[in-house]
Design a protein around this ligand. Structure first.
Ligand code: PXP
Length: 251
């Protein structure tokens, strides 16, 4: 276990998913519900250490205006998830968020399904990492817990990796969960040995987080769906505070 609890990045894409279920394609008036910026504000009040938004190329949930409004909130540390694609890179260079996490994107997927194939497109990822880093943005690469991808992240010059915990989360409460956790543990060890900051995310919830917290060297966890789901019952502020309590910190 890390010597201090990891930070909590709260991914609020699904607050925007709920809004877009009603307003997709429509002009977003000030009355469009739920108010995604207000959700971010409440998440921060609940103790979120950062807000994560995935601006997808098809804009299916988060809109440009959400990113701009949330980036302007006082004290927010914004982590922008995006594809390694020219229009997104231009957007990030204009906005200069604190952090960018490069993720793979396919239009058919419901949510980010696999890690970024850094090894298979090293030159492109390296060039993007350099351009973003030169603008003062901390670059993280979302990769599967596999040694070749972690090594490729080092070769790409990224200071941070976010390890994909989706396979572990899918296997939770089945015999395969231990195997997936062992893969994650090995990837955490390797990434830390190679000097990378280690984040993790995808499919983490209020239950399986117990197992995730046994992983070494974790700097930050990015959690979205479970927190937004819990927020339907208790509100965003309390949902985040409860997750912070799970992390061993209180809001
Ligand atoms: N990290 C990354 C890179 C992601 O793409 C996502 C999903 O958007 C998450 C974390 C959060 O996953 P979840 O919504 O399952 O908590």
């Amino acid at each position: 276990m890390a010597s201090r609890p990891p930070l909590l990045g709260v991914n609020i894409d699904h607050a925007a998913t709920l809004r877009q279920a009603r307003y997709r394609g429509a002009h977003l008036s000030a009355h469009a519900e739920p108010d995604v910026t207000a959700f971010a504000r409440e998440a921060l009040a609940g103790g979120a250490d950062g807000i994560t938004l995935h601006l997808r190329e098809d804009r299916r949930h988060v809109q440009d205006a959400d990113v701009l409004a949330i980036a302007a909130l006082p004290g927010v540390r914004l982590n922008l998830e995006m594809a390694c694609a020219a229009p997104m890179i231009e957007f990030a260079l204009r906005l200069r968020p604190a952090a960018v996490c490069l993720v793979p994107e396919s239009r058919e997927e419901v949510t980010t399904e696999g890690g970024l194939d850094v090894a298979g497109q090293l030159d492109r990822v390296r060039a993007t990492t350099r351009a973003l880093a030169a603008a003062g943005i901390e670059v993280s690469l979302f990769v599967g817990p596999d040694a070749p991808q972690v090594e490729a992240a080092v070769a790409a010059g990224a200071p941070v990796v976010e390890l994909h915990t989706g396979a572990f989360a899918n296997a939770w409460k089945s015999p395969a969960a231990e195997t997936e956790l062992a893969r994650l543990r090995a990837a955490c060890e390797l990434a830390a040995r190679r000097g990378l900051v280690v984040n993790a995310g995808h499919g983490i919830n209020y239950d399986n987080i117990r197992a995730v917290l046994t992983l070494p060297h974790l700097h930050e966890l990015n959690i979205g769906h479970s927190i937004v789901s819990r927020a339907l019952f208790v509100g965003a502020r309390a949902a985040v505070a409860e997750m912070k309590a799970c992390l061993g910190r209180t809001a």
